[in-house]
Ligand binder design. Structure first.
Ligand code: GLU
Length: 442
């Protein structure tokens, strides 16, 4: 059986970190098993879905470096859902209901008063053909419910282990609204069958849907896929991410200059047995991530961990990878990159740091260091320079002035770079060269 997975976002806004988790976990799984990755736009909710959001989701995936093997849009597949609808009606599994929202509310309130669970009473199943004709003549339009078996549905979850959902404790779900539009439940199953989906990997908020959906797979005679429900990522406060709040969308992180790999690592490895640390690329994660490593507890996003990881990825980034991005900023030079990369929090910081080499730099010279720096200038070795030049120079200065440690190094750093932190002076000196150093020393 060759693996086919799907990621099925609803294009009702931009995706956030919590959505990136199933997007990437599905891709890792496909990659690890040499399988296919389908991107399915769950856009049956025409009022809330937009093409702009769908395009944004595609762009976010591409930013992670993921190209789906297939893209489908549910809004273009209605004929398939209609055919499944007709089959379920013919087999008596889908039945019309005429209750209004108010009537359903009253039924639920009554059940609660009697101490019963507020489950739909299936009154519509008792309607005769005449009853239905009369209701329709009154102008009532039916919505359609799926008649559940009402039994314990067992499945072996790829992540959570053996699960049981008892559909006897659930209302028969509405699959089609009175306006004829489909809720998510049926189209998802129809597509999973039609596209040969072998593994459904999604958030654990869908576990109870799985009970219903397994019954629908069986009612339609389709192969039931293997399910894997992952823990959900929450924000730093422990709340679920929400599209509506616009909180921390992937495009926001992108605009803030984060590395896609850092976002991918944090979105997927938080709350797993694999450390949130640098990996060479997505493939390196796919190779290592076994789904048994995904924990059953919650996974909380830590923004500090993201910043640290982003920096670590940059500090280890080889020149070959950085070069095209440097050239887009008008920069080049392997020695420059290797010297400066360890100071970066975001890639774009390199533009500012590179000014240490190209100037202009405003040397900072305090009055008490002026004589010392004048001496340093006089004792600056002659070229050619190499990595030992710095210690030659500072050894002489140490012996001549008795200065050591911070009193020796900091004034030199402040004069040469205009700041108290930054790259290794030993290497910086060589890249700067004697003329630039003389210019910066008073
Ligand atoms: N559109 C659904 C969601 O975003 C898909 C769930 C599924 O993967 O089946 O929650």
């Amino acid at each position: 059986m060759s693996v086919t997975v799907r990621w099925a976002p609803s294009p009702t806004g931009r995706i956030h970190l919590g959505n990136a988790r199933p997007a990437l976990l599905n891709w890792f799984f496909a990659r690890r098993h040499g399988g296919r990755y389908v991107l399915r736009m769950d856009d049956t909710d025409l009022a809330r879905s937009t093409r702009e959001s769908a395009d944004g989701i595609e762009a976010d995936l591409a930013w992670f470096g993921i190209a789906p093997d297939l893209l489908v849009r549910q809004s273009e597949r209605t004929a398939l859902y209609d055919a499944a609808r007709d089959r379920l009606i013919a087999s008596g599994r889908l039945y019309p209901c005429y209750e209004t929202e108010e009537e359903l509310d009253r039924k639920r309130a009554r059940a609660r008063l009697l101490g019963k669970p507020p489950i739909y009473d299936r009154a519509a199943l008792d309607l005769s053909a005449e009853d239905r004709a009369r209701l329709e003549a009154e102008g009532r339009v039916p919505h359609w419910r799926f008649r559940l078996d009402g039994r314990p549905v067992h499945f072996d979850d790829l992540i959570k282990g053996p699960q049981t959902v008892n559909t006897a404790s659930m209302s028969d779900p509405v699959l089609i609204r009175a306006d004829g539009s489909y809720l998510y439940t049926l189209p998802s199953v129809v597509d999973d069958i039609d596209l040969g989906i072998t593994h459904v990997i999604r958030g654990e908020d869908h576990v109870s849907n799985t009970g219903t959906q397994i019954e629908i797979f069986e009612a339609l005679g389709g192969n039931v896929p293997i399910f894997g429900h992952h823990n959900l990522l929450t924000d730093a406060q422990g709340q679920g991410f929400s599209k509506r709040l616009g909180s921390q969308s992937i495009s926001d992180f992108r605009a803030e200059g984060y590395e896609p790999l850092a976002i991918a690592i944090v979105a997927t490895l938080t709350g797993t047995g694999m450390p949130v640390e640098p990996y060479a690329d997505l493939d390196a994660i796919a190779e290592k991530l076994d789904f048994s490593m995904i924990s059953h507890g919650s996974a909380r996003f830590d923004p500090v961990e993201l910043d640290t990881l982003n920096a670590r990825l940059l500090h280890a980034m080889p020149y070959a990878e950085a070069a095209p991005r440097l050239s887009a900023l008008g920069l080049e030079g392997e020695a420059m990159w290797l010297l400066l990369r360890e100071n970066l929090a975001k890639f774009s910081d390199i533009a500012e740091w590179s000014k240490l080499l190209t100037g202009p730099v405003e040397p900072v010279v305090s009055d008490e260091d002026r004589d010392f720096l004048a001496l340093a200038k006089a004792l600056l070795p002659l070229e050619p320079w190499d990595e030992t030049t710095w210690s030659q120079w500072t050894d002489i200065l140490k012996n001549t002035t008795g200065r050591k440690g911070k009193a020796l190094f900091l004034p030199l750093r402040m004069a040469l770079t205009g700041r108290h932190d930054g790259p290794e002076l030993r290497s910086l000196l060589v890249l700067l060269g004697r003329t630039a150093c003389l210019d910066r020393l008073p």
